[in-house]
Design a protein around this ligand. Structure first.
Ligand code: GLA
Length: 383
């Protein structure tokens, strides 16, 4: 992983490819979701944290649209009006299309993109890209969009344009993140409450990459919609699965097919866990928070079917080695595990997890720490 900052990498590449300095550089963070998985498209709460690792977009006006990423350094022409290409550049095209109705898109632009986030590791590299692009392009067009507008543009770019049936968590935290806080985002009401989060969290990458477009996330979302549709025949007026409570579970178990019941049970119990986790974090009770993380992972494994053996192993190892807790973060089917460990032992705990993993799977996992960082921002153009 390159240790240079993403804004510096994007600006340097811009200079190399376009022989001038960019006019605007903006960046947005990746995220770890502490808890509240697969609740955001079911009207429930989420508790994400913006990471120190970021994606940066450097931009200048152009008569046409050109983009390059630091991954391969190749300039590509963007057709912002034509069909999507099933490539990462679709996310930029989606952003341009969603900025236009707000009159916040330039007529053309030259762009470079660089990131310090691993791609496909469940840390929301796509929302970091769309939010950073929305920020850079709108600034280039002379507009200062609010964090809510940036999140909305980025969400529509991914959901409506690219066609990933995601919820709004990732774009929201990438736009609204604040240093030293987790965000309790209630997706049904849109309320966002910062919860102080001063400790360092640890990311243990499984090394198994997930691909969301058209994949398992879309299948799960459809299952949840089917469960909601069936529940509505008995609970008229129900708008989200997350409105149901653990007290409703015996009734649901009798009425729903077993598969849909399991998905619903995850959403309902995860909603309760997430609110309890926010309360535990607010009162500094990291032991309770950690226990809820482990319960959340178990629910993903048993009821949601979104974990993988590598992640299950990391969670078990983390608990055995003395972490407060750990769980697979993000959509799943690959990705990374978030680990919370007591400050005085964290270095030892994560080293032991790494050793356990290497013994079991024959390779060392990427492990790194981060504190809660800020959301999208304009960066000084590096000189
Ligand atoms: C992906 C989606 C989010 C959310 C998570 C699961 O990251 O983009 O909206 O649904 O999966 O919690």
């Amino acid at each position: 992983m390159n240790r240079t900052s993403a804004p510096r990498l994007a600006a340097t590449l811009f200079g190399q490819l376009f022989s001038t300095r960019p006019v605007v550089v903006a960046s947005a963070p990746g995220r770890v979701n502490l808890i509240g998985e697969h609740t955001d498209y079911n009207g429930g709460p989420v508790l994400p944290v913006a990471l120190e690792r970021r994606t940066a977009v450097a931009a200048s006006h152009g008569e046409d649209w050109m983009v390059a990423s630091a991954i391969d350094g190749k300039i590509q022409a963007l057709d912002v009006d034509g069909p999507l290409r099933k490539a990462w550049t679709d996310y930029i095209v989606g952003v341009v299309r969603e900025l236009r109705p707000l009159r916040a898109a330039p007529a053309g632009a030259h762009l470079t993109v660089a990131t310090t986030l691993p791609i496909g590791a469940g840390l929301s590299s796509s929302a970091a890209l769309t939010v950073a692009a929305a920020k850079a392009l709108s600034l280039l067009a002379g507009r200062r969009l609010t964090p809510a507008q940036l999140a909305d543009v980025a969400y529509r770019a991914e959901h409506d344009q690219v066609g990933v049936l995601c919820g709004r968590m990732d774009q929201t935290v990438a736009a609204h993140g604040q240093r030293g806080t987790a965000l309790l985002f209630e997706t049904a009401t849109g309320s966002i409450r910062p919860v102080p989060f001063g400790s360092r969290l640890w990311v243990v990458e499984t090394g198994i990459s997930h691909k969301l477009t058209g994949g398992a996330l879309n299948d799960r979302r459809r299952e949840c919609e089917e469960a909601l549709a069936q529940c509505r025949t008995w609970y008229p007026g129900l708008t989200h699965l997350a409105q149901l409570t653990p007290g409703d579970l015996p009734d649901l178990e009798r009425r729903l097919p077993p598969g849909l019941f399991a998905r619903s049970r995850h959403v309902i119990t995860e909603t309760a866990r997430t609110r309890a986790a926010a309360a535990a974090l607010a009162s500094g009770d990291l032991a309770t928070l950690g226990r809820l993380l482990v319960e959340g992972h178990e629910s993903l494994r048993v009821d949601y079917g979104s974990t993988i053996p590598e992640a299950d192993f990391i969670v078990e190892s983390a608990v055995a080695r003395g972490a407060y807790g750990a769980r697979l973060t993000g959509a799943g089917w690959g990705g990374a595990v978030v680990v919370l460990a007591p400050t005085d032992r964290e270095a030892r705990v994560v080293a032991e997890i790494g050793n356990d993993f290497r013994e079991r799977f024959g390779r060392a996992p990427e492990i790194w720490g981060s504190r809660a960082a800020s959301g999208a921002r304009r960066e000084a153009v590096p000189g």
